[in-house]
Structures are given as structure tokens and as C-alpha cells.
Design a binder for this molecule. Structure first.
Ligand code: HEM
Length: 519
């Protein structure tokens, strides 16, 4: 041991430290042994007597406190491990010495709704250039003010005024598929092959562009736009940087890679251009941006959003409001393909409301919102394919009693694992089966709505919930009503490989279907 230590010291560059260590090699080895002993003892203490020692979990996780990246390899699969831990240890599990995850419906309600614990520190990693938004702030006062100012843009009444913008984008989506089928026929092919996953993403981006600042990105028409592409890239970089920053050299390499891959597109300039144009024109428009701009004349100073605040909130809407809805509808379509009996029931319902007369139908949300089977298909999809698959992390801001019996100290991260809760067999019979009928009145396997949190709960729940419902109903109804569809064989395979990156998605980001027109 002593000789080995001298060898190591010999490799160090000349200097006072090296000379000192060499002369005192004997003492140094004693110090090293003591340090190692301290490390092991303190970790063992943490496992068996630490603040979370009464919570079940693996010895390995608590002893080593492995960084998130370890379980995130291949990227986007951490949620699988957490689900596995819940299956093994139950509804409350320790995943590091300072983190627990819960899948008990009452505990989830307690932390998200009743006690409304603050969001965990990790959300700060999502603050692009350190800028706070309604989503990523962990400051409760900031959030309360920002949410109050933005809320009118998502009220049911205001959304009704935005419906025509949404419907225009959905109309483009239907038109795009119609043209693809016509082109296929011209080439003597019976059906068109369309990548639904990407087309839905493009449609959702067009919807959010049109409703957020009256400017569709024309993604469906043109296939790309630098703004959403840059935002996705920045976000992926932020997530990667946050997962690797605690690993010294690797973190630096990732940082270098990110800097050298930054997009040339200036999001701020693009967005400020739109805001300034609106202010200069003096014209009011019915979109989300107008509500944010109006805040600049608010009586209270804190209620006024400057241009930079508006840019960041709009970026947030693009992120939070696109893949969330498009992936949910993508998964709904996959489930309907796998369950032809459910597809037939949905078609029957839509056909009964809009009798087929050969002309193009423009769906009204007022007619769709109360359709039980349409709502059941979307709810059932959000139950087994929730957007927030990775969990919703909160942090204790005081010594805390969870579920009436677990003593949790301050500064512990508690993550609400909504997926594990939404497939818990005690709450949901046949938990992994896609059964829209559980959401229908009088069902013999009724949905346990208290164990269902797709939009979270409490003060930090999804502000875009009504927006999302309107868009998802319009999109799914239009597709199912107008088209027949079957997957291409590679896509059946693709759909088995899922990942949680920003949202829960298909790893290949692609799902191709063969489409024909229904009439
Ligand atoms: C199927 C669609 C959607 C689902 C399942 C969903 C789900 C969620 C969830 C679970 C949260 C809480 C996240 C957390 O605590 O970390 C959230 C927050 C949020 N969502 Fe959604 N979302 C959807 C669509 C949308 C849309 C369309 C928009 C906007 C146009 C939107 C905007 C937001 C915003 C701004 C927040 C932060 C709210 C706050 O902290 O006050 N979401 N969403």
C-alpha cells in the first residue's frame, strides 16, 4: 500500500505538495485509509440510520447516490427503472439518499394539491439563460403573479374565440392527408403512406403558432421551421447539460459539444420582432400574445411582462403545448389500431353526430366536448401513456409528515410518479389494458378518478388543460371520421420502443400508417 502510494506520488508534478506527501507517505496512507473508512461508515450510516432509512429502496441507490444519468442510459429510460422499483417495493420508494418517489393516490394528492409543495430545485436547470417562466420557476410568489396574469389567455371563454385558429390548422392536417391519398392514387397506389407521428407534431406546432401569436409555422405545408427546431435543440441541450453537469470531465465535454452545436437562429430577435410589429400596428388580435402584451398596461407593476418575459412565456407554450398533445393523439391512434372494436365504437359515435353526406365536415368543439366515447379514448390514452412519465418532483420546504406516518426532513425531493399510480392494479383492474369503457357511466370496471393525474394537480397543474382537450378532440375526431388507417409493419415494431425525453414518445420519433379516405 505504502509503495503504491509512493508510486502515485512520483507521478505528480514537482512541487511542495509532492515533496510533502513523499516525505510523509506513511502518514498519507493512514489519512487515505481514514478517509475511505469515513466515506464507507458515513454512507452505511445514511443507509441504515439516515433521515430516509424508514423508506424502502435498494441499498445500492442510497449508498452510492448514483447521478441521474446512470439510470438514464440509454437516454430516456429512467422511468422504467422507477416503475420497476415501485413494483418491487410498493407505493413509496427511496431512489437516492435524498429522493423518494410515490405512487399512492392520497400521497400524490397531498404533495401536489393539499400541501402544494414547491417544485424541486431541478426545475431551475430548465431556465434558459437563467430566465424564470411560469413553468420552471420554483418561487411561489413569482408563480402566483405570473399565473394570474397569463390565466385569462386559457379561460374557456377566450379559448372559444381561438377555436377557429385551431380548426384552420386541423383543416390543413386533413387537407394534407387528402392530397397524399390523391397523389398515391395518381401513382396507382391504393393508399398513402404518412408518418403520423411527425405530421401530428407539425400540426400541433401550427396550432400553437397560430393561437399563441397569430402566426402558423406552416409546418404541415413546408415540413420545417427554424423556430421550433431551435427550441427543441436548446431544450435537449439543457436536459443533457443538467444530467451531466455533476460529472466533472464528462460534463465539460458535453458543454463543449453543446456550445459548438448551437443554432444560428436567433429566437429572441424573431419573437421580439413579432411583439414590436404588433405594438407598432396598434391593432389588437385574438391570440395569447395579446393577453401578454395587454399586461404591459396593468395597474400593478409586478403584473407587467416586459418583452423578454413575453418571449420566454411564448417559448414555454411552444414546448409545453406541442408534443404533449401530438404524442397523446399519436398514442391514441396506435391504441385504436390495436383495438379495432374501440375504433368502430368511436366511428359510430362520430357518424351519429355528423351524419355522412359526402361533404367535408368542420367539427365544432361544442358538439365534440360531450361525446362520451371520444373523451373515454383520450382519457384512457392519458392514463397509460401520460406525458409526464418521469414523475413530478417537489421538494419539502419544512420537516414534513407524508401519508400521516412518514417523517420526511426538509430539502428532500418527493417525486409524484403518476404513471405508477395510473397503472396500480388496486386502483385500476387490468391496469395495462386499453379499455376506454372504464370511463363510461355504469362501467363494471369504473375509472378511479382520484388516481388519475395526467395534468398534475394543485397550483402547478397544467394551465393548458382546456386548450389541450379542445385540440385533441378536434384532431382525433377529424382523423378517425375522415380516414381508414393501418400501420406499416416497421412502425408496429417502432411503437414498442418508447422513451421519455422531453415528453413520453416513440424512440424513433416516427409512426407510419397507410391511409385511405372513408368516403
Ligand atoms: C395532453 C396534453 C397535455 C398534458 C398531458 C399536459 C400535462 C402537464 C403537466 C403534467 C404539467 C405539470 C408539470 C410539472 O409539474 O412539472 C403541465 C404544466 C403546464 N402545461 Fe401542460 N400538458 C398538456 C398540454 C399543454 C398545452 C397545450 C399547453 C399550452 C398551450 C400547456 C402548458 C402548460 C404550462 C404553461 C404548464 C406550467 C403551469 C404552471 O406551472 O403553472 N400544456 N402540463
Amino acid at each position: 500500500m505504502e509503495n503504491q502510494l509512493i508510486k502515485i506520488i512520483d507521478r505528480l508534478p514537482d512541487g511542495i505538495v509532492r515533496q510533502f506527501l513523499k516525505r510523509n507517505a506513511k502518514y498519507s496512507s493512514a489519512v487515505a485509509i481514514l478517509a475511505a473508512g469515513y466515506f464507507v461508515t458515513s454512507r452505511l450510516y445514511r443507509v441504515y440510520f439516515g433521515p430516509l432509512s424508514n423508506i424502502p429502496g435498494t441499498f445500492f441507490d442510497t449508498f452510492f447516490d448514483m447521478p441521474m444519468l446512470y439510470y438514464n442510459l440509454p437516454l430516456g429510460t429512467r422511468y422504467q427503472r422507477m416503475v420497476g422499483l415501485h413494483q418491487k417495493y410498493g407505493r413509496i420508494v427511496k431512489s437516492t439518499s435524498r429522493t423518494i418517489t410515490i405512487s399512492d393516490k392520497n400521497m400524490i394528492k397531498q404533495i401536489l394539491h393539499d400541501d402544494d409543495l414547491p417544485k424541486a430545485w431541478a426545475y431551475k436547470n430548465l431556465q434558459l439563460d437563467g430566465h424564470q417562466t411560469m413553468f420552471n420557476t420554483i418561487d411561489k410568489d413569482f408563480h402566483k403573479t405570473r399565473r394570474r396574469v397569463v390565466s385569462p389567455a386559457f379561460s374557456v371563454k377566450y379559448l372559444a374565440a381561438l377555436e377557429h385558429l385551431m380548426s384552420d390548422s386541423v383543416g390543413e392536417f386533413v387537407q394534407h392527408i387528402n392530397s397524399a391519398v390523391d397523389t398515391a392514387h395518381l401513382h396507382n397506389q391504393p393508399s398513402a403512406e404518412v408518418d403520423m407521428w411527425r405530421l401530428l407534431q407539425s400540426t400541433a406546432l401550427d396550432v400553437i403558432g397560430a393561437t399563441a401569436f397569430d402566426q402558423s409555422f406552416n409546418m404541415v405545408k413546408n415540413g420545417s421551421h427554424p423556430l421550433p427546431a431551435t427550441i427543441t435543440r436548446n431544450l435537449t441541450h439543457a436536459a443533457l447539460a443538467s444530467a451531466t453537469k455533476s460529472i466533472p470531465i464528462f460534463g465539460k465535454i458535453v458543454d463543449f459539444f453543446i456550445k459548438s452545436n448551437e443554432s444560428k437562429f436567433d429566437i429572441g430577435k424573431f419573437m421580439v420582432g413579432i411583439i414590436e410589429e404588433r405594438l407598432k400596428s396598434g391593432k389588437r388580435k385574438n391570440d395569447i400574445l395579446q393577453i401578454l402584451i395587454d399586461s404591459q398596461n396593468a395597474e400593478l407593476k409586478n403584473d407587467r411582462l416586459n418583452n423578454e418575459d413575453i418571449v420566454h412565456e411564448n417559448i414555454l407554450f411552444l414546448i409545453a403545448g406541442s408534443e404533449t398533445t401530438s404524442n397523446t393523439i399519436g398514442f391514441a391512434i396506435i391504441h385504436l389500431i390495436e383495438h379495432p372494436e374501440a375504433l368502430a365504437l368511436l366511428r359510430e359515435e362520430l357518424d351519429s353526430v355528423y351524419p355522412r353526406n359526402g361533404s367535408n365536415v368542420r367539427f365544432e368543439h361544442e358538439d365534440l366536448k360531450n361525446l362520451p366515447y371520444l373523451n373515454a379514448v383520450i382519457n384512457e390514452t392519458m392514463r397509460i401513456k401520460p406525458v409526464a412519465m418521469g414523475g413530478l418532483p417537489r421538494e419539502t420546504d419544512r420537516d414534513y409528515i407524508l401519508g400521516g406516518k412518514y417523517h420526511i426532513p426538509k430539502n428532500i425531493l418527493i417525486s409524484a410518479h403518476i404513471y405508477a399510480c395510473q397503472v396500480d392494479p388496486e386502483y385500476w383492474p387490468e391496469p395495462l389494458a386499453f379499455k376506454p369503457e372504464r370511463w363510461l357511466e355504469g362501467s363494471d370496471i369504473p375509472a378511479d378518478k382520484d388516481a388519475f393525474f395526467p395534468f398534475s394537480s394543485g397550483s402547478r397543474n397544467c394551465i393548458g388543460k382546456n386548450f389541450a382537450w379542445m385540440e385533441m378532440r378536434l384532431l382525433l375526431a377529424s382523423f378517425v371520421y375522415n380516414f381508414n388507417f393501418d400501420p406499416v409493419p416497421e412502425s408496429v415494431e417502432d411503437a414498442k420502443h418508447l422513451r421519455q425525453f422531453i415528453t413520453y414518445t416513440i424512440a424513433s420519433n416516427s409512426y407510419k400508417v397507410k391511409i385511405t379516405k372513408r368516403h
